[in-house]
Design a protein around this ligand. Structure first.
Ligand SMILES: [Zn+2]
Length: 260
């Protein structure tokens, strides 16, 4: 490949993404050369193609200072600044970099892993192969008459309220996961569990799968370890909601417009 192939340079310092300032906003840098000096031993990851140009991801161990050309911002915040496709591609890059950091040694024998393909590493000693793994989580919008259930989880980064969520366990279907998480976190039974949509969630490496369900019984009893508040709300009395980038917000907006 020519050194001057126009390339999207997705550069992270921890969760901070490097953005180029443009006449009308911000963009992931796209140029023949990387926008900053990259040491020769840096692992440059091939991510995918975007608008006909390859995307490469690099983790750096120092932040880039803001200038009239560049700034760094958190991946979540970048959603507000750059086109959706760029945000999604940066999310994929963040997941690959997370995987790279966490797969340096073979989990079976402890030998340093060798990267063999963009998403595959192999142990030169025992032959163990590693691929990026994805944690699957469910979100569930629970309807009760003209209300929906919103909760505040202790791990939320902010004061907003959102949907009940939880991680899929081994040996469980997604619908079983929905019923179990709702029961554990709220004490409620639900019925009519129906798939809604899904969304990659690169914080750090997840897939959110959204479901709609109807209240079927039980008293609202919050699991204190996970939830600090929760209640059924009508449309005209909603609390602070999650930001627009999340599937949870898309589901809540759908309910506001279409739910009964
Ligand atoms: Zn090994």
């Amino acid at each position: 490949m020519s050194k001057l192939t126009t390339t999207w340079w997705i550069i992270f310092y921890k969760d901070q993404l490097l953005l180029k300032k443009t006449d009308n906003g911000f963009s992931i840098p796209c140029a023949g050369q990387p926008p900053i000096h990259i040491s020769p031993e840096t692992n440059i990851h091939e991510i995918c193609m975007l608008d006909g140009h390859p995307c490469k991801a690099i983790a750096i161990d120092y932040p880039v200072e803001e200038s009239d050309k560049y700034m760094m911002t958190g991946l979540r915040a970048s959603y507000d600044f750059i086109p959706l496709k760029q945000y999604q591609t940066a999310g994929k890059a963040a997941e690959i970099l997370h995987w790279d950091r966490n797969s340096r040694f073979c989990p079976a024998c402890g030998t340093a892993m060798e990267q063999k393909a963009p998403i595959m590493k192999k142990c030169p000693k025992c032959g163990n192969e590693m691929y990026p793994s994805i944690s699957t989580a469910i979100l569930v919008l629970i309807r009760k008459e003209d209300k929906l259930l919103l909760v505040h989880a202790r791990n939320f980064k902010g004061t907003f309220n959102s949907l009940v969520a939880g991680f899929l366990e081994t040996g469980e279907t997604l619908e079983e996961c929905v019923a179990r998480e709702v029961k554990e976190e709220t004490g409620l039974d639900v019925k009519n569990i129906t798939y809604f949509a899904n969304q990659p969630w690169p914080y750090p490496s997840g897939l959110m799968v959204g479901f709609i369900a109807d209240y079927a019984g039980g008293e609202l009893t919050l699991q204190d370890e996970e939830l600090s508040s929760g209640a059924f709300y009508t449309r005209d009395n909603l609390p602070e909601l999650p930001r627009k980038l999340s599937l949870a917000r898309k589901m809540i907006d759908w309910w506001i417009e279409n739910g009964k």
